[in-house]
Design a binder for this molecule. Sequence first.
Ligand SMILES: Nc1ncnc2c1ncn2[C@@H]1O[C@H](COP(=O)(O)OP(=O)(O)O)[C@@H](O)[C@H]1O
Ligand SMILES: [Mg+2]
Length: 399
Amino acid sequence: MIAILADFNEGKVKPIGKQTSLIKSFFQAAEDLNINIGVFHPEELVNSKTPQGYFWGTDIQNLNGDIQNWRLTRRPGFFDDHVVIYDRFYSSISGFKKSIQQQKHFLEQTKSLPFLNPVNLSEALTDKKHFAQTMKKLNIRTPETTTLTTYSADELWNFVMNHNSLILKPRLGRMGKCVFRLNSFRKSVTISVTISINNKILIADNKWNLWGIIRFFCRQHGIKPELLIVQKTIDTCLIDNRTFDFRILVQRSSGDKKPGITGEVARVSRPAFVVPNIDQGGVVIPLDHCLSLIYKSFDDAQKMCQKLHQYALFAYNRLETIYGRIGEIGIDLLVDKKNKIWVVEMNSKPGRIAFERLASGFGLSYSQKRDFAEQRKISILNPVKYCQWLAKHNKPICD
Ligand SMILES: Nc1ncnc2c1ncn2[C@@H]1O[C@H](COP(=O)(O)OP(=O)(O)O)[C@@H](O)[C@H]1O
Ligand SMILES: [Mg+2]
């Protein structure tokens, strides 16, 4: 049994929100492999022996005989099966919900249910400050990270002036929300911040002004200033005045085989935007296409492609030395003007939307689209297969 942890809204057409279609694909993959699967709130698994969860299938019929896709129901004998947890429960940008985290730890430790990704790992990757400390310990290149509240208004102003450009972002941020870029410009600071696909650019001409603008945005978006982190901006080149990054998906399909790269794309921002995230209007292009726009020589582009692959696998393997086997991670990489690779983020719950976009991508050949559709299919099959492996290597619980 694969128990997907997620938050859901009962009775909606898309009960699991933006993740609904991805999770539906997990159901299809599990059905093909003859594995039971359901979506549960962690609290249900902690408190109930017959937990209530969401199930999807075309064979589920309601009283009128209509085909129903999603059904909220209880599953008797749930814990008689081998249960493996696939955590897709997101934390909120304004802070971890302690009770949810405790429930996840309880399921992993006290109930001894295996997680596709260890709970401690997901926590470390979700909190960007914790993430930076972990990367430092493992010698993985990531920007030096401090918290905003360690600076006085004066120190922050001088920091921007000395380094020309800084990034401010929420510790628990995602989807490129509320990422600020501060650039020194003559004797003032320009502040660019992307809010709901709107790029705002403001100018602060003194330290109090800068401080005030940051606090204003924090208040507007429910983020406490102490939850903002500060990094030097990685100096990357631009493509047509757009920033870009690379997303590489590394996954296991079994605990006995080496992890491998099962997806790779480049994300390109809207012109003059700070972040290339899809949720902020970024577009997805094939990684090799992006490299061909940066490097004039085909050889240089190919070399960088290999380096990106190596670095993603290196980072994954290094993480496994601390946390044990990992099921999947989406790794976000930046390349600076000196061709150095930086790991800017690792996602323990990677979405598949980027691969989906390329499967129907504009300007791609039929065979490219087919390859990307295949990539997405494999990226969905792998965690299901890995859960199957985990189930076999973990005894069911008897309590
Ligand atoms: N220190 C940095 N230097 C340059 N660009 C950055 C930096 N930090 C973040 N970015 C850009 O902003 C994007 C979003 O930041 P990220 O930390 O991944 O937050 P989120 O979780 O919201 O996606 C990154 O993909 C990258 O393109
Ligand atoms: Mg990101």
